[in-house]
Design a protein around this ligand. Sequence first.
Ligand SMILES: Cc1cc2nc3c(=O)[nH]c(=O)nc-3n(C[C@H](O)[C@H](O)[C@H](O)COP(=O)(O)O)c2cc1C
Length: 222
Amino acid sequence: MSDINPETGIIDNTMTNETKDANRIDLTRRNLLKVTVAGLLAGIAAPVLPHLSSHAAATGTDRKKVLIAYYSRTGNTREIADQIHRSVGGDIFEIQAVKLYPDDYEDLKKVAKEELASEYKPALKTKIENIRSYDLIFIGYPIWWGTFPAPVRTFLSEYDFSGKTVVPFCTHLGSGLGQSVTDISKLCPKSKISDGLAVWGKDAKTAQNEVAEWLRKIDIIK
Ligand SMILES: Cc1cc2nc3c(=O)[nH]c(=O)nc-3n(C[C@H](O)[C@H](O)[C@H](O)COP(=O)(O)O)c2cc1C
């Protein structure tokens, strides 16, 4: 079952209650205090470190706080986001626009094309309260007209990713990453952009091995 924090839009569907608490520690002062006090009482040295898989810890990302942010209209990109989350841990966040897109595919293509041409930035439904606390930010999206959809443009423009590592991934129907990585670099000029992953939409459900291989290649898991 997905569990959406109504304050932040963070979705956490794989963690125990205990690790959920650990992952959400930076989101509110109240929670930070709670976790810190609990950690001190328990005599734990690093109660505010995020949950990461042992693989990630072994490659030195254990001190990095991970965010997996994605936009997905029909679920393919969400599949990949979930697979990354299962391998790496961290917080997962669905980018959602306030205004819904048309259901009709032809209408949608038209709207998406206009939004691309005008570099439109639609208002988003959910916010991340403490983006500064994240070091490693995965950003996932379907390819629309050769790049990411407009809500991702808003997301990349709304927050400051300077000094952070941004890791792109997408699903597509033949374009691969297209122009999207270049477009991310333009919006995040002071970030390190990792090699991205492009998965065919139809293969998204069974891409776990491909995802793991890519995560190893870019040195995020061992
Ligand atoms: C408006 C629109 C434009 C698209 N443009 C492209 C494209 O330029 N290249 C491509 O390979 N796929 C394109 N696609 C296909 C999607 O990238 C693909 O179906 C993707 O897996 C959908 O991901 P989602 O289920 O996470 O929304 C487009 C889809 C839509 C709806």
